[in-house]
Design a protein around this ligand. Structure first.
Ligand SMILES: [Zn+2]
Length: 262
């Protein structure tokens, strides 16, 4: 398969690392080719005109030339800088999380247009919210669940994993390693399950199945939101461990879920 020598693409900057004297390798998400690693030459020189367009979570338009080890960014322009969220530390933390989670789950050449759309959407929500204050508390769990669905790791919260009957409105049992929930009849035969209260289950279902427009206005009591976050953090750890895609991110999620509640 031959490729054009120079092509244009949009890209979201997910990760950067320094190489050589003045170069930087960027991990980016593109709408057409999924996750890519590209090199920006000379970008660490003070005179570089590219540098400002290649900050983390900038949405850029770029020309990319075929290179030997990495394809080379030859021209770049910012499309969206998300400048409001950059003034809010909480928003920066969530934006970093979003980019790291995408980096962990996305793969090169995946059918990733929907992930691209989700990533840009979430960053726009964060940026808009940053003009008013802190990030919307529902955004992270909502994003987690939608990204998991788009990448094929959707946890099952509606039917029992074993007997496949719809889950009753009662205490059911979370089976993280199996990717969902077991009913009270099936759970006793399994190891490694934990009780899952109805409020938490309902909220997980709600976040998983609803668009952001429905989720955004809902105020969730903090203890329930913390339980949802705990389930999701641990599900992400289990999923990433099984599909070792990002050891670094794994440690980060583990650190978050082990830290005392704020
Ligand atoms: Zn069952």
């Amino acid at each position: 398969m031959s490729r054009e020598r120079v092509r244009s693409t949009h890209a979201l900057i997910l990760r950067r690392r320094d190489v050589n004297d003045a170069d930087r390798v960027l991990t980016v998400l593109t709408p057409g080719d999924g996750k890519l690693e590209l090199i920006a030459k000379g970008v660490r020189k003070t005179a570089s005109r590219k540098a400002g367009h290649l900050e983390l979570f900038v949405h850029a338009a770029m020309l990319v030339a075929q290179g030997r080890t990495w394809d080379i960014i030859t021209e770049v322009q910012t499309v969206e800088s998300f400048r409001h969220l950059r003034n809010n530390l909480e928003a920066i933390a969530v934006a970093s999380y979003i980019c790291e989670l995408i980096d962990a789950f996305a793969e090169t050449g995946d059918e990733l247009r929907t992930i691209w759309d989700l990533a840009l959407f979430a960053l726009r929500v964060l940026d808009e919210a940053a003009t008013q204050g802190d990030p919307p508390p529902n955004l992270r769990p909502w994003f987690d669940l939608h990204l998991l669905s788009l990448t094929g790791f959707q946890p099952q919260f509606f039917r029992c994993l074993a007997c496949e009957k719809p889950l009753e409105p009662t205490v059911n049992f979370l089976a993280l390693h199996e990717g969902g929930v077991l009913c009270p009849q099936c759970a006793p035969q399994r190891n490694d399950v934990e009780a899952l209260d109805l409020d938490t289950l309902k909220l997980l279902r709600f976040f998983q199945s609803q668009p952001w427009s429905a989720v955004a206005p809902v105020t969730v009591r903090t203890p329930i939101l913390r339980r949802v976050e705990s389930v999701l953090n641990r599900y992400l750890i289990v999923t990433l461990e099984r599909h070792v895609r990002s050891a670094v991110f794994l440690r980060r999620v583990a650190a978050v879920s082990n830290s005392p509640e704020a």
